[in-house]
Ligand binder design. Structure first.
Ligand code: ATP
Ligand code: MG
Length: 244
């Protein structure tokens, strides 16, 4: 059967010779990328701070033609060029369908995207200016109004602005968009978002990048154990060692 997904997989280009001693190729998640197969609906990239999630997402997004600072493909602006050269070394297998919509969200540059949206007078973001909404409100406006379906959406820590309740709303909206023929690649620390049913979860670590079941991730385990008995965990965590 011919796949209907937009992104099939990504790997380091076998014909190129990156310098594995320098950033970004020295990161285990990049060096040992192997062939990362995308889920037709939602793929999560998770892992500790500094494990390389944003580096990977950014390389992927730039290789696909998105602006390095985030936004749609028609956003051509640059406040500072800090992206790595990873995109030049990626080989991406794409499906036969082309996405009709797309967005690359970098958590830290959402402000720039909002500014650009206003400068271009782009419609589809809701009634209120994105700058006049809170961080969470403007992100939800983006998700509700701007993402239209049949799209490829690459999101870096979309939960950063969202309350737990709004993360659940975001999950519901992601599901609607998936049903409307969209594909997502999401870097996240959120055990709520990661719970999306049947999603592929890849964990970046010192060993490289491995696929894991939701319940086998550290995010799930830590959150589960903490919520099951916060007092017990805090007691262990905050107990001051007795003087000998
Ligand atoms: N331009 C750069 N030059 C050199 N090293 C960099 C550069 N950008 C990031 N790094 C390093 O690469 C590593 C991975 O960074 P990255 O931002 O991809 O991590 P991350 O998994 O997204 O972390 P977080 O969860 O904190 O967002 C970090 O150790 C970081 O210091
Ligand atoms: Mg990051």
């Amino acid at each position: 059967m011919i796949s209907t997904q937009y992104l099939i997989d990504v790997q380091l280009h076998p014909d190129k010779q990156p310098d594995f001693s320098a950033y970004p190729f020295c990161l285990p998640a990049v060096r040992h990328l192997g062939k990362l197969a995308f889920d037709p609906a939602v793929t999560f990239i998770v892992g500790e701070n500094g494990s390389g999630k944003s580096t990977l997402l950014e390389g992927l997004a730039i290789a696909l033609g998105f602006n390095a600072e985030g936004g749609s493909k028609n956003f051509g602006f640059s406040t500072h060029a800090s992206h790595s050269c990873l995109h030049e070394f990626l080989r991406i297998a794409r499906g036969v369908r082309m996405p009709q919509d797309g967005f690359f969200l970098r958590a830290e540059s959402f402000f720039n995207v909002a500014t650009q949206v206003e400068r271009l007078g782009v419609s589809g973001y809701g009634e209120k200016s994105l700058h006049e909404q809170s961080h969470g409100e403007s992100f939800m406006a983006l998700l509700q109004n701007r993402f239209r379906g049949k799209g490829l959406y690459i999101l870096d820590e979309p939960e950063a602005a969202l309350s737990p309740q709004r993360q659940l709303s975001a999950l519901a909206r992601i599901h609607q968009l998936v049903q409307a023929g969209s594909q997502f690649v999401i870097a996240t620390h959120s055990p709520i978002l990661m719970a999306y049913p049947e999603a592929s979860i890849y964990v970046c670590s010192d060993q490289g990048i491995r696929q894991r079941a939701y319940e086998d991730t550290e995010h799930y385990e830590v959150m589960h154990d903490f919520m099951a008995n916060p007092r017990r965990m805090l007691k262990t965590l905050l107990e001051t060692p007795k003087e000998p």
